[in-house]
Design a protein around this ligand. Structure first.
Ligand code: ATP
Ligand code: MG
Length: 121
């Protein structure tokens, strides 16, 4: 757990960060990398939106994992992952930045199911 922000205020939500297209493109690319790392760890956020992303000094930070699910054990996980991607793609698309939902979805499922093997207890 780490506070994202400075002494005077918390880092803004992505939706309130006032980014131009190049900032949003960087945010999108960082988001995909973060989602790939999460997928490899077997985690679907399941409440992803531009309100649960912080923009701290050019660094995108995903927050609010309270609804997160395990990708390999929750039958809803793929649908939730797809919904997450549609949510952010819709917001980014409105601001002129494309996110290829189906391509990223396929990549994340591949990541999730080829992640590190952990032996059962
Ligand atoms: N600046 C921040 N730095 C680190 N973690 C944060 C920061 N802001 C929020 N969080 C964490 O994210 C989690 C959820 O916060 P969030 O503000 O999204 O709550 P919320 O009830 O979902 O509100 P909202 O409906 O606006 O999304 C909490 O665990 C909170 O500590
Ligand atoms: Mg939240």
């Amino acid at each position: 757990m780490e506070f994202i922000g400075d002494l005077s205020q918390a880092a803004p939500r992505l939706v309130h960060a006032g980014l131009d297209r190049s900032g949003l493109t960087s945010a999108r690319d960082q988001l995909v990398e973060s989602l790939r790392a999460l997928a490899r760890a077997g985690i679907v956020h399941a409440d992803l939106s531009v309100y649960n992303l912080l923009w701290g000094e050019a660094l995108l930070v995903v927050i609010d994992f309270r609804q997160a699910v395990e990708v390999t054990t929750n039958l809803e996980a793929p649908a939730l992952l797809h919904r997450d991607l549609v949510n952010v793609a819709t917001s980014l698309g409105r601001r002129g930045v494309a996110l290829d939902v189906e391509a990223v979805f396929a990549q994340l499922l591949t990541d999730a199911f080829s992640g590190p093997y952990t032996a059962p207890p």
